[in-house]
Write a protein that binds this ligand. Structure first.
Ligand code: LLP
Length: 430
């Protein structure tokens, strides 16, 4: 199996950024998320470099939803990243991680009054999803005695090749304002006393392995920019969203790089804004492509069983990685303590959750497995821990961050006490 350079096999053991997965699992227990900070930083730098080589004003906003661990966000903040935040919680995380408020965009199609209040108080830019929200934000800014700087979320009505649950720029999708209505929305915004419209935002979907749809989106955005500039609007930034996919099928998926993305998208963007006579900042919001492959989920085999097929029953299930159950997503798996053994036997790797759909990997050729073996689920750094739950009364597992030769917890494992800690006893049960 093709592996990115930070995953290596030495003496039969899988290593991540030079550290032996079996040793980490022994030390911290399983299940365990292990993230390479070096890899996260490398991916961020490659985005920045590819974009800056072709356009002078670039801001990379990490999509915090992909991985909300403060240590991961802090590593990105230290390199100058901002963030796309989709809730008050993510806004707090980004600020706690040290990201500058001016590098944050508060996104979302269903913001609460409290979200809007927090956004204006913290002075972050807001991607406004509807005219109703625009007026609520205007009122919130007035109460706070400030002016809210905004972008509108454009719905570009683009079909994209990805799972339907994660295509977000379809004409039928819940996100954004139809692209044809954006100039009218801008006109409306210009009448609001406590709103300053300065940006345009779109996000067409996630896990997109072809860069052409991003080119189409850039075309729509610069077309709108032209109309707005003619109206006299001063655009300070245009945000093309995230969505670049990663090769979950290591040997067969295309593997689009930030370099390819930039090489195709920037010329369209640059020509478009030059035609408007403006040089707005170009913002992008990658999540998955920054962090997915930085992380492995290590899970121990509890037992094996040969029934109508062979099962390897492991200690992590869709409580910790829901992507296979939710999107039929594919993640490569490697038996970390037998990483160079011949792949002779077919297994379905199943979690401990009481649901038939609790399958991490279906019908995979692996070495013969025994209880106690360690399985690494690859590419688990995006929408992995971030979408975890305590379903079936299972505390969430710890997360470890590694950097160089060092390793440390970046989140302790939960206990049963953590599960019950927020529960209350109604008075009639006392
Ligand atoms: N910006 C906005 C406004 C978004 O909604 C998203 C993701 C991103 C940026 C980052 O997209 P990325 O670069 O990560 O593709 N849970 C799903 C993915 C949901 C994506 C939601 N929005 C999964 O596990 O595949």
């Amino acid at each position: 199996m093709k592996l990115p350079h930070h995953l290596t096999i030495k003496k039969g053991h899988l290593h991540i950024s030079g550290q032996d997965c079996t040793v980490l699992a022994e030390k911290y227990g399983t299940p365990l998320y292990v993230t390479s900070e070096d890899r996260v930083c490398e991916q961020y730098r490659s985005y920045k470099k590819a974009l800056l080589a072709r356009y002078p004003k670039v801001q990379v906003l990490f999509a915090a939803k992909a991985n909300g661990n403060l240590a991961v966000m802090r590593a990105l903040a230290q390199l100058g990243a901002g963030a796309d935040v989709f809730s008050s919680g993510e806004l707090h995380l980004a600020l706690d991680a040290g990201m500058a408020p001016e590098k944050l965009l508060f996104n979302g199609s269903s913001k609460t009054p409290a979200d809007l209040k927090l956004a204006v108080e913290k002075g972050v830019k807001v991607s406004v999803d509807s005219l109703d929200e625009l007026h609520q934000l205007d009122a919130a800014a007035k109460i706070a005695g400030t002016v809210a700087t905004i972008a509108f979320r454009v719905n570009p009505a683009l079909e994209v090749p990805t799972h339907p649950k994660i295509a977000t720029g379809l004409a039928t999708s819940k996100f954004g304002i139809p692209h044809k209505e954006i100039p009218a929305a801008y006109r409306e915004a210009l009448t609001c006393k406590n709103i300053k419209p300065v940006g345009l935002h779109c996000h067409i979907g996630s896990q997109i392995l072809d860069v052409e749809p991003f080119v189409r989106a850039a075309e729509v955005m610069v077309r709108i920019a032209k109309e707005l500039t003619t109206m006299g609007v001063q655009l300070e930034f245009i945000d093309l969203g995230g969505g670049l996919g990663i090769p979950y099928h290591h040997d067969t998926d295309p593997s689009p790089t930030p370099e390819e993305y930039a090489a195709k998208v920037i010329p369209v963007f640059k020509d478009g804004v030059e035609a408007c006579g403006i040089t707005p900042e170009l913002w992008v919001e990658p999540g998955r492509s920054l962090v997915a492959d930085s992380t492995v989920l290590l899970t121990r085999v509890n037992s094996t069983k040969s029934a109508h097929k062979r099962f390897a029953n492991v200690d992590a299930g869709f409580n910790l990685l829901i992507r296979p159950a939710m999107y039929d997503a594919y993640h490569e798996v490697i038996v970390a303590n037998k990483a160079d053994a011949p792949l002779t036997t077919e297994y379905t790797v199943t979690g401990p959750i009481c649901e038939t759909g609790d399958i991490l990997a279906m019908d995979r050729k692996l070495p013969p497995i025994a209880a106690g073996d360690l399985i690494a689920v690859l590419d688990a750094g995006a929408y992995g821990f971030a979408m975890s739950s305590q379903y079936n009364g299972r505390p969430r597992c710890p997360e470890v961050l590694i950097r160089g030769a060092r390793a440390a917890l970046m989140r302790r494992g939960e206990t049963i006490g953590d599960i019950t800690a927020s529960m209350e006893r109604p008075p009639w049960q006392k």
